[in-house]
Write a protein that binds this ligand. Structure first.
Ligand SMILES: [Ca+2]
Ligand SMILES: [Ca+2]
Ligand SMILES: [Ca+2]
Ligand SMILES: [Ca+2]
Length: 601
């Protein structure tokens, strides 16, 4: 019922939101009751009217040296995603931006970096789609990156690109690369180049992938337990130049503005079944995807502890999806019943980036999503039994205010104290935003701290370093340890300004331990859970597919240990498999944990 509120007659993103705000005031109670009816028991017993306004309190001043150092200038990584807005088409295509995929394509133990290039509009009428080049940068170590695009076979005619995803789809032990965008998805196989190196070969047609939709984020994971990673591709909207209405801005006198998503029809997403690395088949019908969605973010992770990867999807202006995996060939969409479809106003937020982690020491994967102006970013605490509790208010998220439009994001234990913190980048999608918001927006860092016996996210953006004070149009974020020092670094893609590389320099004295999970015969391990037992504490992390926005992060699993240096036991609950333990592994290094092998390497 509230979906129809979202589809108002207003023009741009801005006026949609304003209309929505008014609707909200009028229909708040009705919406909450409707959501309660749909959401079932989860909503009962909640004080729906205990709402404090966001306080917009500025973050506390920095204490100590910055947590991140901007390494872009000296790294050799010079690259900018471009959206083609100079053609003045005001197309919604321009609003999405690009991503970053961390992929050790040459197997030297250092994460390399693939960045999408975007596109532009060509021809006399400026309606021909052209792609800007995507690039691959090899990590040479010591924070130096070298452009290897051509040698790696990636200098080619590109479509208008957005995102990238990484998995070893044919189980040869080498990570492969998938690139999304408007009208095309491209799958690259990582192969020997005959000169002792590696290069990528376009196998899209050979593998039977023919995705001409508008694809955004994608995530890999073995959905049916046959060992081969399947592929979830978010599709967005039915926009094209044949369906390109003129939208006015909300500010008087703004004659043309980027249209909001409610002007277009959402598309059905694709779930490609991997047929033993030899072909892919779209199984979305077989799995009974109940609704199309304006999909922008996807993460595959085991949310109910049964060892099977589930799928959480963020849709723009529509309810989110949570597909619970009931075993081979059975996905059950439970977002409303689980309490993650909407926020605590019953409002389907404009969701962009997503992630999952155990932020509260419960041992379960809670869910996180970045949202739009006039909304809070959503934290859904996993309470067990496939029930989640909208926890943004209790966890202090409203303190950042409601002017942000959030994209790339993730849980990342920046200070390695064993509590996952949060990073999110922002930037508006309309060129002339109203309501106190701006086109360029600051990224934020939220520190996971204890307050009154609960976990609370404190805005420590000032502690983040110079980057976190500069407003931009942030889009994709990839999280990964680029120098293997046990501290998770960040790479951020922006629309029309350079990709930024941030070195984590927080907490140099904190202990850590990291793992690469290796499935039997290179089978996919997404959906596995890793537990680290210290003397007095248990930490839980997850092997995930997808996550963030248009981006692919480090596949290794990193645990911050704080001042603890004794790791009593490590337990891996392998997806679709057995549980294995390792005792007394030395901290402050990475370990390879191989399925079925007693010794860690
Ligand atoms: Ca490498
Ligand atoms: Ca599961
Ligand atoms: Ca932390
Ligand atoms: Ca690092």
């Amino acid at each position: 019922m509230y979906l129809c509120l979202c589809g108002s007659n207003s023009d741009s993103f801005e006026s949609e939101r304003s209309a929505l705000q008014l609707s909200r005031v009028t229909f708040c109670v009705g919406i909450a009751l409707a959501a309660a009816a749909i959401g079932g028991l989860l909503w009962l017993g909640r004080d729906l009217f205990d709402r404090k306004p966001p306080d917009d309190t500025p973050p506390p001043p920095a204490a100590g040296p910055p947590w991140f150092r901007d390494m872009t200038a000296e790294s050799g990584l010079h690259f900018t995603y471009r959206n083609g807005e100079e053609a003045k088409q005001f197309s919604i295509l321009e609003s999405l931006g690009g991503g970053v995929a961390l992929i050790d394509y040459d197997g030297d133990g250092l994460l390399d970096m693939f960045v999408t290039g975007g596109g532009y509009f060509d021809g006399a009428d400026k309606k021909q789609f052209k792609g800007h080049p995507c690039k691959l940068f090899r990590n040479r170590g010591g924070w130096k990156f070298e452009d290897v695009t051509e040698a790696a076979g990636l200098a080619r005619d590109w479509h208008y690109t957005h995102g990238a995803a990484v998995a070893d789809f044919d189980r040869d032990g080498w990570p492969d690369l998938l690139v999304t965008g408007y009208g095309r998805v491209v799958l690259f196989h990582n192969e020997p180049d005959g000169k002792g190196g590696r290069h990528f070969v376009d196998v899209t047609a050979a593998m039977g992938i023919h995705d001409t939709s508008w694809s955004t984020s994608a995530g890999w994971g073995d959905i049916d337990g046959d060992g081969w990673p399947d592929l979830y591709v978010c599709h967005y909207l039915d926009w094209s130049f044949e369906n390109n209405p003129l939208c006015k801005g909300i500010i008087p006198g703004v004659e043309r503005e980027v249209c909001g998503p409610a002007r277009f029809k959402p598309l059905k997403h694709a779930l490609y079944h991997n047929q033993k690395g030899r072909a892919f088949r779209d199984m979305s019908d077989a799995h009974g995807f109940r609704a199309a969605g304006s999909g922008l973010g996807v993460v595959l992770v085991d949310v109910n502890g049964d060892g099977r990867p589930d799928i959480f999807v963020g849709n723009d202006g529509q309810h989110k999806f949570l597909f619970i995996n009931r075993g081979p060939g059975r996905l059950e969409e439970k977002a409303f019943l689980a309490g993650v479809a909407v926020d605590d106003n019953g409002h389907p937020n404009a969701s962009m980036g997503v992630d999952a982690d155990d932020y509260d020491g419960s041992g379960r994967a809670s869910l996180w999503v970045t949202n739009f102006q006039h909304e809070f970013h959503g934290l859904y605490g996993n309470r067990g039994g496939e029930l989640f509790d909208y926890h943004s208010r209790h966890a202090g998220i409203p303190a950042i205010g409601t002017n942000y439009v959030g994209f790339g994001t993730g849980f990342v234990d920046i200070d390695n104290d064993g509590w996952p913190d949060l990073v999110a980048v922002h930037g508006h999608v309309t060129l002339r935003p109203a309501g106190g918001s701006t086109l360029l927006q600051q990224p934020i860092l939220l520190h996971n701290v204890e307050r009154k016996g609960q976990r609370y996210f404190e805005n420590v953006s000032k502690q983040g370093g110079e980057f976190f004070g500069i407003p931009a149009r942030g889009r994709g974020v990839a999280i990964g340890d680029l120098d293997n020092d046990g501290r998770a670094d960040l790479v951020v893609s922006h629309t029309n300004t350079p990709v930024v590389l941030l070195r984590n320099e927080a907490a140099p004295d904190a202990h850590w331990i990291g793992f690469r999970l290796m499935g039997h015969d290179h089978r996919d391990v997404v959906g596995s859970t890793v537990i680290v037992d210290l003397d007095d504490r248990r930490l839980t992390r997850f092997a995930k597919g997808g996550g963030s926005y248009l981006s692919a992060s480090d596949p290794r699993i990193l645990f911050g240990l704080g001042d603890k240096s004794a790791v009593r036991r490590v337990t891996v609950k392998w997806s679709w498999g057995e549980t294995q333990t390792w005792d007394n592994l030395r901290p402050d290094r990475y370990w390879k944990l191989i399925e079925g092998q007693a010794e860690a390497e």
